[in-house]
Design a protein around this ligand. Sequence first.
Ligand code: AMP
Length: 385
Amino acid sequence: MATYDVREIRTPILEPTELIARGVGQLTDIVSKEMFAFERGSTNYVLRPEITAPVMRAYMQHHLDQSGGAQRLYYIGPCFRAERPQKGRFRQFHQFGAEFIGAPDPVSDAESVALMMAVYTSLGISDTILRLNTLGDEQSRPRYRAALVKYFEPYLDDLTETSRRRLDQNPLRILDTKVPQEKALLVEAPRLIDYVDDESRRHYDRVKTHLSDIGVEFVEDPMLVRGLDYYTRTAFELESPQLGAQSALAGGGRYDLLSVEIGSKTPIPAVGFAAGMERLFLALDEGVAEYDNPPPDVFIVALGDEAVREAFKIAHALRREHKSVAYDLLGRSMKAQMREANRHGSRWTMILGERELAEAEVQLKNMETGEQRPVPIRTIAQFIV
Ligand code: AMP
């Protein structure tokens, strides 16, 4: 995030339900059936199901526009949705994402995609599919929606009940269907791109050019939509084919009208992405890539009560020098502690017994070379490099 000049914002886990209902959309599954909401006093609160609307709320409430330029903010934290838990889908999960608020230009859309991709590629997850589309302006979707409804009308009897309901309430969601006979109907259905305004098409072309300029590969997917009217222009989604049913790693797009939906008098142009941490971990676990915490700088093996007391003091002093320290102060045997030291994979192991204590020194062992030598306690920090 720092490489992309993006700063962290932390918002509360509880938000007014009203904000999420408006900011995510009444017609979405999230708001219609997945909110953990409750009443306190005269207000209804919800455990946030996502973090874009809260970030936009914070931006507006705290006048972040007055700090000049576009705000480039990232977040990371828990979200809650009352879903049926399964692999890659939880009731409490974690999202990270970035929002560029006050940024109307196509470079920002491209940067948002580039930043999202950089997170995955930097962790070695490269076997992904990036899908891209444009949704046009606020007039494009009503036009397209009408065309879609008209197209499906003669086929009403062939649609599932769910799709008939969607056609009535939120027709664009039919494009998400998994039912084979409905998918077949979609092949001939009108395409959103044919209803998109010229300005949005130009914007889309610029986004694609910027992505191509930096070698980000994508596929254009005319069926990729977001059902809500405040999403404008760019929409994108990142998928990992290895993950099975829950293959969506992250998604995002431009949402120039969200601000108006949640109370701004004028639109605040914005674009961003949201990603699932657990899905990211799944992608790593599938053997796509390895990631582990770096080992501590030193592991301390201490034998006897006095040595344990000294080890605790040494660890404290080293940590103040920004060295990372691990130990196992369970009073176990030397052999058990050495095994633990090996397991931690630190470069150095420090051994502290009664004899060393009497000399005010420790045995310092370089775990790479196996070399071991006594070092005075006061000078330890300079040897841990
Ligand atoms: P969304 O806000 O629905 O666009 O979700 C953004 C990302 O969050 C998805 O691509 C997933 O990676 C992740 N995600 C959404 N819902 C869940 C969930 N219930 N459990 C785990 N990850 C989720």
